[in-house]
Write a protein that binds this ligand. Structure first.
Ligand SMILES: Cc1cc2nc3c(=O)[nH]c(=O)nc-3n(C[C@H](O)[C@H](O)[C@H](O)COP(=O)(O)OP(=O)(O)OC[C@H]3O[C@@H](n4cnc5c(N)ncnc54)[C@H](O)[C@@H]3O)c2cc1C
Length: 294
């Protein structure tokens, strides 16, 4: 399979990228790591005349944490750099977990956070964890800068809230309450495959009561999404580590999988995905609750 012909343009700044995007319109496409884009081009699902390479833009790969202000992940931060980041592992380990199960080492070294989100795949690995973290996406375009809540970012398969001339510049993650715990689990046929189902959970306990819970699912609906009915089923309940808790977690997992809308595709049947996602939610909750009790 060969790539269609294209011209590569190198942008030195986000502003220059915006100018090129509005100059060439639908004929142009941003390329970062190229791990999603070049596959689409090889399959002729996208044939841009111009590729705007943003890899040379300085500072866009930064990972920065400020107490009180939270985590700032540059769009060009590679998946591997997120997996390896000391501050991510310490403060937001759920993001390192997602990075650690994305593709292979080669893909992680090339692929970027911005590309993973802008590609807007239903199975985008960073979607569910960022949903549980209430993250925001910063972008710059011809009309200026704006911040999009991650809850409003994914619109449909392959479509995000980014406008044609907008560049995703940064992902912002607010600080978490102390003792909050999150877990991301994924299921795929082979270790390196894109997920068949993914679940991210976040829990905050107050003694043995669940004060806050967020549950987000991937690859089981047109976009990654928050399973809010499942969250409501859990919040406010006592978690005493007994059979009542086990029954409650079974119920939460059942409600979460009931909120999913999986399809049959090359990676698995919808009926199988529905079962798998319930198991992922159940396991992730059990692990997060165990950590929250430590
Ligand atoms: C073998 C293989 C395994 C994979 N496994 C996984 C997996 O397990 N989980 C998973 O989630 N993904 C997986 N992927 C998909 C891919 O590697 C990731 O989504 C990666 O993070 C994409 O980043 P990129 O920089 O390569 O994006 P690119 O391919 O460069 O870009 C993807 C899209 O985003 C746009 N874009 C990129 N950066 C920006 C920006 N800053 N602003 C606006 N638009 C932008 C591009 O125009 C393009 O449309 C896999 C891919 C391969 C080839």
């Amino acid at each position: 399979m060969v790539l269609p012909e294209f011209e590569m343009l190198f942008a030195d700044s986000v502003e220059e990228t915006c100018v090129l995007l509005s100059q060439y319109g639908r004929e142009a496409e941003i390329v970062a790591g190229g791990t999603d884009l070049f596959i689409k081009m090889k399959h002729k699902r996208l044939i841009p005349r111009y590729l705007i390479n943003i890899k040379r833009i300085r500072g866009l790969d930064q990972i920065r944490y400020d107490a009180g202000d939270g985590l700032h992940l540059g769009a060009l931060a590679t998946v591997q750099s997120i997996k390896d980041s000391a501050v991510v592992n310490k403060k937001f380990p759920i993001l390192a977990q997602a990075a650690g199960v994305l593709g292979t080492t080669q893909i992680r070294n090339l692929g970027t956070l911005g590309g993973n989100l802008a590609n807007a795949s239903p199975s985008a690995e960073f979607g569910p964890p960022l949903l549980t973290l209430d993250a925001s996406v910063r972008c710059l375009g011809g009309a200026g800068e704006r911040l999009i809540s991650i809850n409003e970012f994914f619109l449909s398969p392959g479509k995000s809230a980014l406008k044609q001339d907008e560049v995703l510049t940064e992902v912002q993650v607010p600080d978490l309450p102390p003792r909050a715990q999150g877990i991301y689990l994924k299921h795929s046929l082979r270790r390196m495959d894109v997920s068949m189902a993914g679940a991210a959970v976040f829990v905050l306990l107050d003694g043995d009561v669940c004060r806050e819970a967020r549950i987000a699912l991937g690859a089981v609906a047109p976009t990654p999404f928050r399973a809010t009915k499942a969250e409501e089923t859990l919040i406010g309940n006592k978690l005493s580590g007994d059979s009542v808790e086990r029954e409650l977690l079974d119920e939460v997992a059942r409600v979460a999988s009931g909120e999913s809308l999986p399809i049959d595709d090359i990676r698995g049947y919808a009926s199988y995905r529905t079962k798998v996602v319930a198991m992922l939610v159940r396991d992730a909750l059990e692990q997060a609750i165990a950590r929250a009790r430590e």
